[in-house]
Design a protein around this ligand. Structure first.
Ligand code: UDX
Ligand code: ADP
Length: 464
């Protein structure tokens, strides 16, 4: 028997995952009403702004997708209970950061938001509701979600309700979210209730070929998400470790990456050396994996994965250190331009951005930072740095274009691989800098010859 069709979806959490994912579902399934809810009224107002350049999430192509469905079958609202009550399916897409205190601090995920919204679903749902875990969660969270929901089924408050829980991890990468959602390598759905599983598969099958829709048990689905991110992050730490060796030996990490990437067993993607990985997922998911391994007494396995994060921290720290060393071991009072603050190109997201730690280390040394990023706001930079523009000897300011950022600077650091920085006018940049002037290209993205010809000294990650 085919399960009843899903006519109404509620997504809790209008962030980097919930917003774009629901916009794409609404676009492909015009017969389903999709309501994205959030407690943050300002965020919801931004999703509803008539001017599509004001959306709270910057993603190439997102504005067009939102424009097609918003007001038709895509809605953004703060009326959480009403949206849950009318939904056949509720996606949980709220934040799950690493705990900062208490048991598991620094490693385990803080599940307070997921628990709060599960309780809200338990309270407000009507009839049968399929609850889909979309946030990255520790393995066996579905069990917690299920327990909370079951308690409400038994509460006997007069209304008959029932729930099925599914895990449907998100594999989109920021900056390419729309392309990843439109044409995913795979969609993964974990669960025990075959009807619920097919109901969700039926939604994706509107645009994803059936062979790409994988079905597993709940725990495999949850663990696959952590494992995918751990493997990807491990590749970045691996290539960053080799970059340091290249710098020491005279090899070039780009050539090494190309040489090993042509081996089809290795593959060419995710082999770009940089300032270390950032983003909301990699570090959090590995730490989750580490916590899980320790919980099950797998100390060696925990230590193995922990090393991927240690290497990443080391990479971020070594870049700030080598900048100080090249600038005659002091940056106190010197202007340093930072080009890029987002954790990668084509997003306004700065969560765990390597730029934050590098900037903080340089401020600690007394530098005057001049920061340019095409999409990150001054308010966000202030939140990330945690200090006002002037703080003791050090200071920071945001510049409105890359050349202005370099005015009077001794060094310019490229920290995000925005396209803007591939074709910079190095003559113009060099003419406003103080000599000797340095370019530190942590993404190996600049036109090195042009920078050298303009009189800059150049350090490129992974180049010996
Ligand atoms: C990641 C996963 O790719 C995605 O599947 C998951 O759903 C969420 O986490 P995201 O963090 O958005 O996505 O971006 P990703 O492209 O994976 O980049 C993560 C970090 O690694 C960035 O800081 C990026 O600059 C860095 N990176 C990536 C490198 O330094 N080198 C590479 O070759 C690739
Ligand atoms: P992600 O990258 O996983 O999408 P974000 O932090 O961008 O994470 O978005 C998560 C969103 O979830 C935030 O906008 C936050 O306000 C929202 N949120 C947290 N708890 C709840 C809740 N109980 N109900 C609705 N929205 C919530």
């Amino acid at each position: 028997m085919t399960p009843p069709p899903v006519r109404s979806i509620c997504c809790m959490g209008a962030g980097y995952v919930g917003g774009p994912t629901m916009a794409v579902i609404a676009d492909h399934c015009p017969e389903i009403q999709v309501t994205v809810v959030d407690l943050n009224a300002e965020r919801i107002a931004a999703w509803n702004a008539p001017d599509l350049t004001c959306l709270p999430v910057y993603e190439p192509g997102l504005d067009a997708v939102v424009a097609r469905s918003r007001g038709r079958n895509l809605h953004f609202s703060t009326e959480v209970d009403a949206a849950i009550a009318s939904a056949d399916m509720v996606f949980l897409s709220v934040n799950t950061p690493t705990k900062t205190r208490g048991v598991g601090a620094g490693q385990a995920s803080d599940l307070r938001w997921i628990e709060a919204c599960t309780r809200q679903v338990a309270e407000a749902a009507q009839g049968h509701t399929i609850v889909v875990e979309k946030s990255t969660l520790p393995v066996r969270t579905a069990e917690t979600v299920q327990t909370i929901l079951s308690a409400s089924q038994q509460s006997g408050d007069g209304t008959a309700k029932s729930f099925s829980v599914l895990s449907n991890p998100e594999f989109l990468a920021e900056g390419t979210a729309i392309a990843d959602l439109e044409s995913p390598d795979r969609v993964l759905i974990g669960g025990q209730d075959a009807d619920a599983l097919e109901a969700l598969a039926g939604i994706y099958s509107q645009w994803v070929p059936s062979e790409r829709i994988l079905r597993t048990n709940l725990w495999s689905s949850e663990l696959s998400k952590l494992t995918a991110n751990a493997f990807l992050a491990q590749r970045v730490s691996s290539i960053n470790s080799i970059a340091a060796l290249c710098e020491a030996t005279g090899a070039d990490v780009k050539e090494v990456a190309c040489a090993i990437g042509t081996d089809s067993r290795i593959g060419s993607r995710f082999l770009k050396s940089g300032p270390g990985f950032g983003g909301s997922c990699f570090q959090k998911d590995i730490l989750n994996l580490v916590y899980l391994c320790r919980h099950y007494g797998l100390v060696e396995v925990a230590e193995y994965w922990e090393q991927v994060v240690s290497l990443n921290n080391w990479q971020q720290r070594r870049i700030a250190k080598l900048v100080v060393q090249r600038l005659f071991n002091t940056v106190a009072g010197k202007t340093i331009a930072l080009l890029g603050f987002a954790f990668k190109a084509d997003t306004n997201d700065t969560r765990e951005s390597p730029a934050i730690r590098i900037a903080k280390d340089l401020l600690e040394e007394g530098a005057q930072l001049s920061i340019f990023d095409p999409k990150v706001s001054t308010e966000q930079i202030q939140r990330d740095l945690g200090v006002p523009p002037t703080d003791g000897d050090s200071s920071w300011k945001q510049a409105t274009d890359p050349v202005l950022a370099c005015q009077g600077a001794d060094a310019v650091l490229i920290l995000t691989e925005w396209n803007h920085f591939n074709s910079l006018d190095w003559k113009a940049v060099s003419s406003v800098m103080r000599r000797p002037a340095w370019l530190f290209d942590t993404r190996a993205t600049a036109d090195k010859q042009a920078a050298l010809s303009a009189g800059l000294q150049v350090w490129t990650v992974g180049e010996g």
